[in-house]
Write a protein that binds this ligand. Structure first.
Ligand code: MN
Length: 254
């Protein structure tokens, strides 16, 4: 029976993590190891300058859960470095509440946890679901779909450095149009700098603004979600750009 580690960046109490555990329990033995609070947009971090604490807890249904003060990627690192003694076959991160499309993958703690598994040579899936006011994404449907994908990953494996990024639209299961296999799209960030004054009159800053939009290009994750599809995007940690490498050769730097 495969052994699957699940984690997230929304914290161990997230209902979506519990839905993921329930669905993946049909695929293998599940170990839950998640941050003790929300780390959304933590990116791929390795905590090096302060100690990490680990607690053994349980969900209300009795499922044992390992939590840490560390980041999502720390969860996977700690697990694979020996906190989880039994060998692991797959890491699944999510299901994040909020999509991770295009350049989001560089900010996302959900992706970072999956990428940490990739660094360790384990196959990994990152899963996220769109949210918006009045939307009704179906968590059970998304979790069951991730479980289906997990069976495929366990059967086929993934190449070195490759992980899968899955995003679900915020639609009832019956309105999801299917699965599209996609490349990363382009996000349009609408961040704004918010400056305020603290009680001593010194400025402090927030990065605020509206949620990101995106270019709904056909064949991309952004495009798939805009049309009501699930997107599955294979990502490669080798971020080398071959075309620019060839271009750099012509610059005469060597
Ligand atoms: Mn999150």
């Amino acid at each position: 029976m495969p052994h699957i580690l699940i984690t997230n960046d929304d914290g161990y109490q997230a209902p979506a993590l519990q839905a993921l555990a329930a669905a993946l329990s049909a695929v293998g033995r599940v170990t839950v190891f998640a941050p003790d609070h929300n780390w959304s947009a933590a990116g791929h971090t390795k905590t090096m300058h302060k100690p990490l604490r680990i607690d053994r807890r349980a969900w209300p249904d009795g499922t044992p859960v390992i939590t840490t003060t560390g980041t999502p990627s720390d969860c996977v690192g700690l697990a694979l470095l020996g906190v989880v003694a039994e060998p692991l076959d797959l890491v699944v991160s999510g299901i994040n509440q909020g999509v991770n499309l295009g350049h989001d993958v560089t900010y996302s703690g959900t992706l970072a946890a999956a990428m940490e598994a990739t660094v360790f040579g384990l196959p990994a899936i990152a899963a996220s679901q769109d949210i918006c006011a009045g939307c009704a994404g179906d968590l059970t449907f998304a979790a069951d779909t991730v479980a289906r994908l997990a069976r495929h990953v366990l059967a086929h494996g993934l190449p070195q450095d490759v992980l899968l990024n899955v995003n679900f639209p915020a639609l009832p299961a019956g309105e999801v149009r299917g699965i599209q296999l996609t490349r990363l799209g382009r996000r349009i960030y609408r961040d704004v700098l918010i400056e305020r004054l603290d009680p001593k009159g010194r400025p402090y800053y927030w990065i605020g603004g509206d949620p990101p939009a995106g270019e709904p290009v056909v064949g991309t994750d952004v495009g798939a979600l805009a049309q009501g599809y699930i997107s599955i995007t294979p990502l490669n940690l080798d971020m080398t750009d071959p075309a620019q490498l060839a271009e750099l050769v012509t610059w005469g730097l060597q």
